[in-house]
Design a protein around this ligand. Structure first.
Ligand SMILES: Nc1ncnc2c1ncn2[C@@H]1O[C@H](COP(=O)(O)OP(=O)(O)OP(=O)(O)O)[C@@H](O)[C@H]1O
Ligand SMILES: [Mg+2]
Length: 239
C-alpha cells in the first residue's frame, strides 16, 4: 500500500518493447520538474550485461538517471536476472524465487525516501513472478494507479483491451493510456487509436509519435506528456 505521503503509478504495457521505459523516464522527469521528489523502480529486470564486472540493466540505469531521488539499487531493482527471458524462468534457473513480499518491502522503503514512485513492470501486465503471483498482483498489492502504454502496431487492440480488463478486474484504476507509435507504418493508425478511445473508459494521456532520432526523443516526449492528472496534489515535503 502506498504510504499516506507517497504517490505513484505502475507503468505497464501491451507487450515487451512497447516504450514503457521511455514513457516512465519522461514521467519521472516531468514529475521532477514540478518540484516533486520522484524515483523510478524496476521491481524485476531480466536482461543484463556486465559493466566493469557488475551486472547492469539498461532500464534500471535509465530510470535512475531520470530520478531526482538517489536510492540503493537493491531498493530500485530488487531482482536483476542476467538472461533476457521470462523473469520467473530466469529466476528458476538461478535458483531464486521472485518474492512479492520482497518487492512490496522495497517499495515501502522507497516510499520513505520519495514523494512519487514510478514503477515499471516487465513485459506485459500478467508476467508471472512465481507459481502464485504476477506483476498485476504486485500493482494490486501496491494499490497503484496504472498507466497503460499501448505500442501502436498491428495486433495491439486486443492486447490493450485484455490488459485494461485485467487491470480493472484487480480493482485498480487506469490513470490513463498512452498511444505510443512504435511502428511508424502501422496501417490505419488513426482508426486504431479511435477504436481504443471508444473502448477504454480511462483517458488517453498522450499520443506519442514515432521519433526515430534517439537524440530528439527525450525533448519531444517531455513536451508531449502532461503529468498533471497523475499527480493529485501540489508539491509537498516527504514525511
Ligand atoms: N515513440 C517512439 N518512437 C521511436 N522509437 C521508440 C518509441 N518508443 C519506444 N521506442 C523504441 O522502442 C524500443 C523499446 O522501448 P522501451 O525500452 O521503452 O520498451 P519497454 O516497453 O520498456 O521494453 P521492456 O519490456 O524491455 O521493458 C526502444 O528501442 C525505444 O527506443
Ligand atoms: Mg523497459
Amino acid at each position: 500500500m502506498v504510504s499516506r505521503h507517497t504517490q505513484g503509478c505502475f507503468v505497464t504495457g501491451t507487450d515487451t518493447g512497447v516504450g514503457k521505459t521511455q514513457i516512465a523516464c519522461a514521467l519521472l522527469r516531468s514529475i521532477g520538474r514540478l518540484g516533486i521528489s520522484a524515483v523510478g523502480m524496476k521491481p524485476v529486470a531480466a536482461g543484463g550485461r556486465r559493466v566493469k564486472g557488475v551486472l547492469t540493466n539498461a532500464d534500471v540505469v535509465a530510470l535512475d538517471k531520470s530520478s531526482r531521488v538517489r536510492a540503493a539499487r537493491k531498493l530500485r531493482n530488487p531482482y536483476l536476472l542476467a538472461p533476457a527471458i521470462a523473469p520467473h524462468i530466469a529466476a528458476q534457473e538461478a535458483g531464486i524465487t521472485l518474492d512479492i513480499e520482497v518487492l512490496a518491502s522495497a517499495f515501502r522503503s522507497l516510499a520513505e525516501r520519495a514523494q512519487y514512485i514510478v514503477v515499471e513492470g516487465a513485459g506485459g501486465f500478467r508476467v508471472p513472478l512465481d507459481g502464485q503471483f504476477d506483476l498485476g498482483d504486485l500493482a494490486q498489492r501496491l494499490q497503484l494507479p496504472v498507466v497503460l502504454v499501448v505500442g501502436m502496431r498491428l495486433g495491439c487492440l486486443s492486447h490493450a483491451l485484455l490488459t485494461a480488463e485485467a487491470i480493472e478486474r484487480r480493482g485498480l484504476t487506469i490513470a490513463g493510456w498512452i498511444a505510443n507509435r512504435i511502428d511508424p507504418s502501422m496501417p490505419r493508425y488513426r482508426a486504431n487509436v479511435r477504436a481504443l478511445q471508444e473502448r477504454i473508459a480511462a483517458p488517453m494521456l498522450a499520443e506519442v509519435p514515432h521519433i526515430a532520432a534517439t537524440g530528439a526523443r527525450r525533448a519531444r516526449l517531455d513536451a508531449i506528456l502532461d503529468v498533471s492528472t497523475l499527480v493529485s496534489c501540489a508539491p509537498r515535503k516527504a514525511s
